[in-house]
Write a protein that binds this ligand. Structure first.
Ligand code: SF4
Length: 721
């Protein structure tokens, strides 16, 4: 690497010195505000009421974004912001999974509020540098690199010239430049994206972490909703944060011993049980591949099916062989779960890095299931290569998977053809064409530009071009609120359908992952049970994003006696760990009831934020029919025994006497009614009216009756549909 030549591309524009505020009980109570357009840099205080009601992380992001924007602000307006915040627990190192950050912005895909969680060093390092959140606004004229120097307590803006390199190279270069020597590399965190984020609406952000064992810069992704596209639209090339080092108690917690005790206990659990349970340390989340396939939950060919005979070609045994083993793979210091698996020295076969041997972060379950099975491509080499390029080009692998699968089904149905795709034969199972489409997005050319719009905008375009029936396209386009579904096939789990469609940001499983409880374990059989789960779990899981925690250690390893507890799905011992840790960090009074209440306030604020932007009502919680049942005859017939049985037992139909088309119609009516009944039950449980709007009475009860919130909901109180 010619580091002197690269350094010469960065010209100092502005420096701003600040008085460092050390952390106290997990907080600095300071926000760093930077306007990329005016180059204004300043510090803001966190008002006590904001800390009390919004806690941190996503809560801070939502509060700041609300204040900074108007209801009509678009994603590419200068006033749109990107807010990065970890949360009070973020940055401790004595318990696994404590280094997450939440990124919040108005999304180019949904036109509403997006949040995305991510590991890596930047969020905790920002806290150690003196700030609970970074608030980025404005648009620069030329590319900017923003450097938060947590050693000299200075923020610097650099104008960047030359081509923006791929994200993995940019993170390496900036780590080298700002570290100054090899020892300091572990003290640098970089946020960046790649070329495809500039040419699409589905850009994501890479957050770097330094892998001490490999001596390499690695990256984790804030993938969902196109925040990388906002980042590049603001002409921010990268953010860099440098600190003196990570040591014992930088969060200055109230009771370190209590945290250490829980951390040791949990680490022992991982050591003793992980190999017998999920094998996260060997295969990461990819352990789910065969489980999903066996239970008919693996998305296959645009969610048409839930399993495939060739799925064994991309199951966990394949990833176990490909991942380098026996190496600490934590994306934050002290995470013994170590699930951030990587393929080392993978030789690329296509694209600008063809022939190079690279480190690939992943594939995780979502990538293997989405890029592979959902596109009908059961080729591990293709999955690894596409995973690498999605990351370094800066686009979300989950979104890319679902939109590629949608395109492939359109192609197979004549909605697209070789002329319309500019020569790409985009049938299911064609890795060459799929990879070329990805490279086109990065080059900003050809059909790649259309793909990069995402499923919703493609549907609109195909319909307006007269390519295919609107009803069919709406049935098979797996998006809700403008965001593509993540990689679980929810047809047989009504609760998971609700968990996807009734999310605030769009169908991502981080809010509610109920597919196993509902379908496999049958723990929530009634509408009321499902509604209770769709209240508790989204609220519980929201809390991770308020305080800086990773969700995976909560239930990807469970105490040996967990099944014997009253509520095994909640993993009570781990909930107790979290309550203890929160109290020990912040010194506040806290219990598991308050945990849900804290989340409930922020969750409802986000719902009202959507409403303020013209969304957030029942119509926006609708799902595409592919999520609920068989759209095509071939889908029905592939599982006709199951569907016929359901029609006989639940609807009382004599299936011998009617055609498949009639059966499909009746099944659809039944399943759509079931979904509407579920929506009614969930809204009631959540304290919302029939149109999905929180009632004033309920907002008062949970303490989210801020005047600006009440103003937004007031006109919707009598909505009935
Ligand atoms: S469990 Fe995995 S994703 Fe979560 S913090 Fe640890 S290594 Fe990162």
């Amino acid at each position: 690497m010619d580091i002197d030549r690269i350094k010469s591309q960065y010209k100092l524009l502005k420096g701003w010195d600040y008085a460092w505020t050390p952390l106290s009980k997990g907080y600095t109570d300071k926000i760093l505000y930077i306007n990329a357009g005016t180059t204004e840099i300043r510090e803001k205080n966190v008002p006590p009421a904001m800390k009390e009601k919004f806690i941190g992380g996503k809560g801070y992001g939502l509060r700041l974004l609300w204040d900074a924007t108007k209801p009509e602000t678009r994603w590419d307006d200068p006033e749109n912001e990107i807010i990065i915040s970890s949360g009070p627990i973020g940055g401790i190192t004595q318990y696994s999974g404590t280094g997450k950050s939440l990124v919040v912005s108005i999304s180019p895909q949904t036109d509403s509020v997006m949040d995305s969680n991510v590991g890596g060093f930047f969020g905790p390092f920002l806290k150690f540098s003196g700030f609970d959140a970074l608030e980025l606004q404005g648009k620069a004229q030329n590319d900017l690199v923003i450097f938060v120097d947590g050693i000299n307590h200075r923020v610097e803006l650099y104008e960047a010239s030359g081509e923006t390199p791929c994200s993995h190279l940019l993170a390496e270069q900036l780590t080298e430049i700002f570290a100054g020597n090899d020892i300091e590399k572990k003290n640098i965190g970089v946020v960046s994206t790649g070329a495809a984020a500039e040419h699409s609406l589905i850009g994501m952000l890479n957050f770097s972490f330094y892998d001490l064992k490999r001596k390499k810069v690695r990256q984790k992704q804030a993938g969902r909703g196109g925040i990388g596209t906002v980042f590049r639209n603001k002409k921010i090339r990268a953010l860099v944060c440098k600190i003196p080092g990570v040591k014992g108690n930088l969060n200055n917690v109230a009771d370190l011993d209590a945290i250490t005790e829980r951390g040791r206990r949990f680490n022992r659990e991982i050591r003793e049980l992980d190999d017998k349970q999920c094998q996260m340390r060997q295969v990461g989340t990819a352990h789910l591949m065969e489980i999903m396939n066996d239970h008919d939950l693996l998305p296959v060919m645009n969610y048409k099916y839930g399993s495939h005979p060739e799925a064994y070609r991309i199951d966990s045994s394949v990833w176990k062989r490909n991942f380098t083993q026996n190496i600490p793979d934590g994306c934050w210091i002290g995470c013994n779960m170590s699930c951030s698996k990587a393929v080392d020295d993978f030789e690329l076969k296509t694209g600008p890095c063809k022939g190079q041997k690279v480190l690939v972060d992943g594939p995780e379950y979502e990538n293997a299931a989405g890029l592979g099975a959902n596109c009908g491509i059961f080729d591990p080499g293709y999955i690894i290569e596409t995973n690498f390029y999605c990351d370094t080009y800066g686009i979300c692998t989950i979104t890319w998977s679902s939109l590629s699968a949608f395109i492939m089904e359109c192609y197979e149905n004549g909605i697209l053809n070789i002329e319309r795709t500019g020569g790409l034969d985009l049938r299911f199972g064609n890795p060459e064409a799929a990879l070329e489409m990805l490279h086109q997005v990065a080059r900003g050319e050809g059909f790649g530009l259309i793909a990069g719009l995402g499923v919703r905008k493609m549907k609109e375009m195909f319909i307006s071009n007269g390519w295919g029936e609107a009803s069919f396209l709406n049935d098979i386009g797996m998006e809700n609120k403008g965001l593509e579904y993540s990689q679980y096939m929810p047809k047989e789990s009504l609760a998971q359908q609700g968990g996807f469609a009734m999310t605030n940001k769009g169908p991502q499983h981080d809010e509610a992952w109920l597919i196993f409880m509902d379908m496999v374990n049958n723990q929530i059989p009634t509408f009321e049970d499902k509604a209770e789960a769709l209240h508790y779990f989204p609220m519980f899981r929201t809390w991770f994003g308020l305080v800086g925690l990773c969700k995976l250690p909560w239930n990807d390893v469970e105490p040996e006696n967990n099944a014997l507890t009253d509520e095994p799905a909640k993993v009570p011992e781990h909930v107790d760990n979290y309550v203890t840790i929160y109290k020990a960090v912040t010194g506040r009074e806290f219990d598991k009831k308050r945990l849900v209440e804290d989340s409930e306030r922020v969750y409802n604020f986000q719902r009202v934020f959507n409403l303020r932007r013209g969304y957030g009502t029942r119509i926006y919680d609708r799902q595409p029919y592919r999520a609920a049942g068989p759209v095509t005859r071939e889908e029905y017939e592939s599982r006709s025994e199951r569907y016929d049985k359901q029609l006989r037992e639940k609807v009382g139909i004599d299936t011998e006497k009617i055609s498949t088309e009639e059966k499909m119609k009746i099944l659809r009516k039944y399943r759509e009614e079931q979904f509407e009944r579920l929506v009614d039950a969930v809204y009631k449980r959540r304290g919302w009216n029939k149109n999905g709007v929180p009632t004033i009475e309920f907002l008062k009860k949970i303490g989210m009756d801020l005047p600006e919130v009440i103003d937004v909901v007031r006109n919707h109180q009598n909505d009935t549909t």
